[in-house]
Design a protein around this ligand. Structure first.
Ligand code: 2P0
Length: 345
């Protein structure tokens, strides 16, 4: 007898970046962050969770390859989900005893893994949702976000669509470090994201390692988390609620710039942007200058790929300019995997 549930989870791209942990074991961040969840049409993780009395060990398969299940984060997620199921089974003896059975998770991304496209966010969010569905858990997305966070920090934000805040919380056990929705995707239906896949290679420095180098060595990072982010968090939330694109865009670009500045300010320095990334920044600047208004915003995560936010009415202008100008950048031919994708958010 096998019980099974499948689900998908979307990618989210931060506009106010999470970078730094105050507690690495529990994935508790040093600052609040904000993200936009992308449509699942183009980027998503598809996950099936199953359990059976016949399974002899927990298993995880990612894109057809068996992965190690002994990592602390995965162990923590399984433990938390099983504890929630145990609680249900304890209070209702008619329920099948699933919590003690071994789990098999089969997961597939339809985009490059670990190339700065938030694969761990969609991956852990899909895993949490799939097991929650399998166990028929009644927890809210907010409660599940606390479990997802322990798998990968940014995963907590992928449990919602639209515009999402991860509130860092103050409790040492992480019980108040969770994601909340700022607004649904319908709130700002004109919002679009274009992704320039500059490179599908695995990144040099993992986020987990990189962010702790920054926490321990960057003086700029201290300024960022104490002074810059608290104010920016409030301003960005307001710009989303007001659908104020120029403000949202400027804050997004400034925050990407500062995140990469703290990477450079780390010792040894961490580089995620490359020449094509920097050329993309210049193109967005040129687009905004030509338009006489801020109509496009770039942002980069822990990799060279560029995400550009814009509103639907400016699509031709933004995507047209990106293709026309970036096509002429020296060295562009070496980056043939660049692909301007239009994605509804
Ligand atoms: C973010 N990033 O807010 C930031 C911006 C990358 C740059 O969240 O160690 O994979 O698993 O908690 O979530 C990438 O970090 O790190 C990330 P862990 P995660 O989206």
């Amino acid at each position: 007898m096998i019980h099974q549930a499948s689900t998908t989870a979307p990618v989210n791209i931060a506009t106010l970046k999470y970078w730094g942990k105050r507690d690495p074991a529990l994935n508790l961040p040093t600052n609040n962050s904000i993200s936009v969840t992308l449509s699942q049409d183009d980027l998503r993780t598809l996950t099936t969770a199953s359990c059976s009395p016949d399974f002899t060990q927990d298993e995880l398969w990612l894109n057809g390859k068996q992965e190690d299940v002994s990592g602390k984060r995965l162990v923590a997620c399984f433990r938390e989900l099983r504890a929630l199921r145990h609680k249900m089974e304890d209070s209702d003896s008619s329920l099948p005893k699933l919590a003690d059975q071994k789990l098999k998770i089969v997961s597939e991304n339809n985009f490059p893994t670990a190339a700065g496209l938030a694969s761990s966010a969609a991956g852990f969010a899909a895993l949490i949702r799939a097991v929650a569905n399998l166990y028929e858990l009644q927890e809210t997305p907010e409660q599940l976000s606390i479990v997802a966070r322990q798998g990968s920090g940014s995963a907590c934000r992928s449990l919602y669509g639209g515009y999402v805040a991860w509130e860092m919380g103050t409790e040492s056990d992480g019980s108040d470090s969770r994601a909340v929705q700022i607004a649904t995707a319908d709130h700002w239906p004109e919002m679009r994201a274009a992704i320039l896949v500059v490179s599908a290679d695995k990144k040099d420095t993992s986020s987990t390692t990189g962010m702790q180098v920054t926490v321990h060595t960057s003086p700029l990072f201290k300024e960022r988390v104490t002074t810059v982010v608290p104010e920016r968090f409030a301003q960005m939330k307001k710009s989303i609620l007001d659908r104020d694109f120029p403000t949202f865009a400027e804050l997004t670009m400034r925050d990407s710039n500062q995140f990469h500045a703290t990477c450079l300010d780390s010792y040894p320095p961490i580089f995620y942007l490359n020449d094509v990334s920097r050329a993309s920044i210049r193109v967005v600047e040129a687009i905004n200058k030509a338009a006489g208004a801020t109509i496009a915003a770039y942002t980069f995560d822990a990799g060279p790929n560029c995400v550009i936010y814009y509103e639907d009415k400016n699509e031709e202008l933004v995507l047209g300019a990106l293709k026309a100008i970036l096509g002429r950048v020296e060295g562009w031919e070496k980056h043939q995997s660049v692909d301007a994708k239009k994605i509804d958010v």
